[in-house]
Design a protein around this ligand. Structure first.
Ligand code: BG6
Length: 484
């Protein structure tokens, strides 16, 4: 199978923070890959903008280095890298002052799509939005892209939304949650709404419970200062896990279109029950041989921030009442593993003898590593000796099933940036969605902050605190093993 790449329209993409970590690590390597796959037309131009002094040649050299660092060798040809960086230029712009804006305004073309990527801290969003408007840099159909964290609570998210809304309409604002750009996350929608098989069973009558896990092996790395003020709840649950939960739990949208999908996600968030203390386990990693503890990583010996969270979430609506969703995420865990697992109920009555055992279907949607799906079905154990049952996987690892095409799957950022150019907001968060997610998250965080709760220690490289296991044992269930 050959992948189908449809070039986008010519565009001017301005990256504020064009020399920063995200631009070097994700945005520009991603654009390079789109370039090599033929998706970038002749008229596609990228303008790096930042406060430091560079000319075009220096900027191109910096980005060449970034591509060499972040794109595997077998996926980059020096001639292609050189051709790609020809599309780049650099303008020194002061986000909070007036320098550079006239030059930027002059550089923008009238006949190309305009997109402005705010790859900077949220404290600069307002200043950038205002200046784009004031200096007439952005046309009324221009798009702006903003990164998480989108606020740290409901009040700050509202403030950010209001700041952006002062100069841009909602249809121009693209709030990135890179989990929505992951191939399997979109596949979840294809599986649910492209097959007749699952949807009739996708409810509390047939689903016993759902497990959503995003486990990481890495620690907080060099992001300690940011992370220690956030914790897993703000960094992962309020956004990435919430999005996975919404796509799993939502009603079928009337069309695969931005507002139809986002309306359905919003309804799920609004139907989430408040989470009692007894349904949450917070953890913080302690040291292991050759691995620093969280407190050492963030250089805060008294930190009460969680690097792990497990929780039971209940949804009060007709489809899901009585079916818990268990969420779990953490750093420095045993394995890097992200998946959504639908545990179906056992058959209502077994016609087989007791020694046939107890069985239930399990559908696993793997985000990483090895994107794919696996459905466990119950069959007869082959051979004589009566009717014994065994569960076997119907495995569909995309790399096996789709070959080369699966290897060429764009990374989340590549896809999302191309969606911005195409003007498709389906995979971006709407302002009201973000606010609803904070409205649910805020009381949970303030409860433990007010009480001064300390997270439970867990060993780096383990599966998290033992209490997280208890959260499910108590309900007669078990987490899936963390393994790759
Ligand atoms: C980011 C978080 O949004 O997602 C990080 O801030 C986390 O803490 C990362 O490591 C995980 O993304 P991925 O794509 O590697 O699963």
């Amino acid at each position: 199978m050959v992948s189908r790449v449809i070039p986008v329209e010519p565009f001017d993409l301005v990256i504020f923070g064009g020399t920063g970590d995200l631009a070097r690590r994700k945005i520009l390597p991603g654009l390079f890959r789109r370039f090599t796959s033929g998706q970038m037309p002749e008229g596609a131009r990228i303008i790096g903008a930042a406060r430091s002094d560079h000319d075009d040649a220096e900027y191109r050299a910096t980005i060449t280095e970034a591509i060499e660092e972040f794109v595997p060798k077998d996926r980059r040809d020096p001639a292609e890298v050189a051709a790609f960086v020809e599309r780049l230029s650099y303008i020194k712009v002061d986000a909070t002052g007036e320098d550079g804006w006239k030059k930027l305004a002059k550089a923008m073309r009238d006949d190309a799509v305009q997109a402005f990527y705010f790859s900077v801290g949220p404290s600069l969003f307002g200043a950038l939005a205002e200046r784009l408007h004031l200096h007439k840099v952005a046309r009324p159909d221009a798009r702006i892209v903003v990164e998480k964290p989108f606020g740290r609570d409901l009040a700050s998210a509202k403030e950010l939304n209001a700041t952006l809304a002062a100069h841009f309409d909602e249809h121009q604002i693209y709030r990135i949650d890179h989990y929505l750009g992951k191939e399997t996350v979109q596949n979840l929608m294809a599986v649910r709404f492209g097959n007749v098989l699952f949807e009739p069973l996708w409810n509390a009558q047939y689903v016993d419970h759902v497990q959503i896990t995003v486990a990481e092996e890495v620690g907080v790395g060099g992001r300690g200062t940011y992370y220690d003020k956030s914790g897993a709840m703000r960094d992962m649950v309020q956004n990435h896990l919430m999005q996975l939960l919404c796509l799993t739990a939502m009603e079928p949208p009337t069309r695969f279109e931005p507002d139809a999908v986002r309306d359905e996600k919003l309804k799920v968030i609004r139907a989430l029950d408040p989470v009692p203390r007894s349904n949450i386990v917070r953890g913080q990693y302690s040291s292991a041989p050759r691995i620093k503890s969280y407190a050492d990583d963030v250089e805060n010996p008294d930190s009460r921030t969680e690097s792990f969270i497990a929780m039971r979430v209940d949804i009060s609506n007709w489809r899901w009442k009585g079916t818990p969703f268990y969420l779990r995420t953490g750093k420095r865990l045993k394995a890097r593993m992200s998946e959504i697992v639908i545990h179906f109920k056992e058959v209502p009555y077994s016609i087989f003898d007791e020694d046939a055992g107890r069985h239930a279907n399990v559908l696993t949607i793997r985000l990483q590593p090895d994107e794919g799906m696996d459905l466990r079905v119950t069959i007869k154990e082959p051979g004589p000796g009566g009717m014994r049952l065994v569960d076997v996987p119907l495995d569909m690892t995309f790399a096996d099933a789709l070959g080369e095409q699966a290897a060429d799957v764009p990374d989340a950022y590549e896809r999302l940036i191309m969606d911005v150019i195409r003007g498709n907001q389906t995979l971006f968060m709407r302002g009201d969605e973000v606010e609803a997610a904070w409205a649910w998250t805020d009381p949970i965080i303030s409860a433990w902050t007010d009480r001064g709760d300390r997270p439970l220690a867990y060993d780096a490289g383990s599966s998290g605190p033992a209490d997280a296991l208890m959260l499910l044992h108590r309900d007669g269930r078990r987490w899936r093993e963390l393994a790759t």
